[in-house]
Design a protein around this ligand. Structure first.
Ligand SMILES: Cc1ncc(COP(=O)(O)O)c(C=O)c1O
Length: 329
């Protein structure tokens, strides 16, 4: 199949590595890590793969600025600010939360990368279209040609990033001579899951795709992922026999962005055992879900792949306000 235009931004392919000590510690299947946290340094994580396609579309539309949105510590917003700076585009961010006098983590990088920012309270953020509209008007008055990117770059164009990644992973599995029973990943806005679902279905690949919800529930993602995939199929005239989705929402805990002591303790364990840093919002929560599925024997087999989708910068503002010993107890 011919893929739409993309602008190369990510360092691909990313490595696939076995986590032998963690696997031994859990006493279950061999866990492998697909290192999409290494797609770049400052721009790293899953979002860069989607942005390669979305920003190519922006450029095709003559954009000179991009607008996107997310939480104060959005990894997606930071990756967009990075990619925009690389491509000479202005980046405007609509961030849910209060203005910060001392920026940290992703927000610090957004500022260094030159993004302009609207801080929006939760009530106004609920009418996100109006926020985009107002930001677009202001940018037009300044002579920019703005282009809107949705939360997480999760739309019918962004899907291509993980359609391509699915193909890359199928090659990784062949190189490592494994036939993983499942690929497990964090699901935040659904685009990564949707792309992988499409990519695996296209190649009739059999690994289960397990999405660990980090904020919204199963029903939300069943709807969102199917809606994005259906828009993608229509837009690119693709006919596919899609496999059923599999989401787990029981590891959300107290809500999006809130991690329990067990999750912090797991982040520390993975770091100690493997030299790999997860984050409390996405990958730590998803890895916690995976360990629970393994120890409860809901997931069995020889090999399981976990997608490290990035998020490392979001670790600092979450963890630097309390001693580690308190966070992990
Ligand atoms: C580090 C990280 N992992 C996973 C996700 C989830 O990806 P998606 O939004 O495509 O579901 C996100 C963003 O939401 C993220 O920032």
């Amino acid at each position: 199949m011919k893929l739409p235009p993309k602008i190369p931004l990510a360092r691909l392919p990313t490595p696939l590595q076995p986590l032998d000590r963690l696997s031994k510690h859990l006493g279950g299947p061999r866990i492998w890590l697909k290192r999409d946290d290494l797609t770049e340094n400052i721009g790293g994580g899953n979002k860069l793969r989607k942005l390669e396609y979305v920003l190519a579309d922006a450029k095709q539309h003559g954009a000179t600025a991009v607008i996107t949105s997310g939480g104060i510590q959005s990894n997606h917003c930071r990756a967009t600010a990075f990619a925009a700076a690389k491509l000479g585009l202005h980046c405007h961010l609509i961030l849910r939360g209060k203005p910060q006098t001392l920026a940290d983590g992703n927000l610090l990088l957004d500022q260094l990368l030159g993004a302009s920012i609207d801080y929006v309270n939760a009530k106004d953020f609920a009418d996100l279209n109006a926020c985009y509209y107002r930001a677009g008007e202001r940018l037009r008055e300044k002579g920019f040609q703005p282009y809107d990117i949705p939360i997480g770059a999760s739309n019918d164009i962004g899907i291509w990033g993980y359609v391509e990644a699915a193909e890359e992973m199928i090659c990784d599995f062949a190189d490592a001579a494994i036939d993983p029973v499942a690929l497990v990943l964090a699901v935040g806005s659904g685009g990564t899951y949707a792309g992988l679902q499409a990519g695996f279905s296209m190649k009739a690949h059999q690994s289960q795709l397990i999405g660990i919800c980090v904020g919204d529930n199963n029903a939300f993602f069943e709807h969102k992922v199917n809606q994005d995939l259906s828009a993608w199929q229509t837009r690119y005239d693709v006919t596919l026999n899609l496999r059923p989705n599999k989401f787990y929402d029981q590891f959300i805990g107290q809500g999006y962005g809130v991690a329990s002591a067990e999750i912090y303790a797991l982040i520390q364990k993975v770091a100690e055992l493997e030299g790999v840093i997860l984050d409390p919002v996405y990958t730590g929560k998803a890895m916690f879900g995976l360990t629970q599925l393994i120890t409860s024997k809901a997931l069995e087999g020889d090999d399981i792949v976990f997608l490290h989708s990035g998020g490392t910068f979001g670790l600092f503002p979450k963890m630097n306000r309390q001693p580690l010993s308190e966070l992990t107890q």
